[in-house]
Design a protein. Structure first.
Length: 103
């Protein structure tokens, strides 16, 4: 499967309310490893949704942190509107690895 097709499939799972929680969590993890703007947008939509299970929001925050660390920068706009669990996970991961990213 081509990477773009894989990203599309993972986004579909992540955003699907009918997918099992473990499938959605795994999709968030895999999107963090793959990166790219489409993955970031999908992860942000989950990490900002107050109706999402806190565990999935946290995993989405971790995946965003992984993308930020790999790219060498944290886009401050990513922090806007995150649910508390996602924000905490993202900040903790970044603080541990690259505290200079946080102002």
């Amino acid at each position: 499967m081509a990477e773009e097709d894989r990203v599309s499939a993972l986004i579909g799972i992540l955003l699907s309310s009918s997918a099992r929680p473990d499938e959605r969590d795994d999709a968030a993890i895999d999107l963090g490893r793959l990166g790219g703007q489409r993955a970031v947008d999908a992860l942000l939509s989950v990490a900002r949704d107050p109706r999402v299970d806190p565990a999935l929001a946290g995993t989405s925050g971790e995946s965003l942190a992984e993308i930020a660390l790999r790219s060498g920068r944290l886009d401050e706009a990513w922090l806007e509107g995150l649910v508390p669990t996602a924000r905490r996970e993202l900040i903790e991961w970044v603080r541990r690895e690259r505290p200079d990213f946080l102002k």
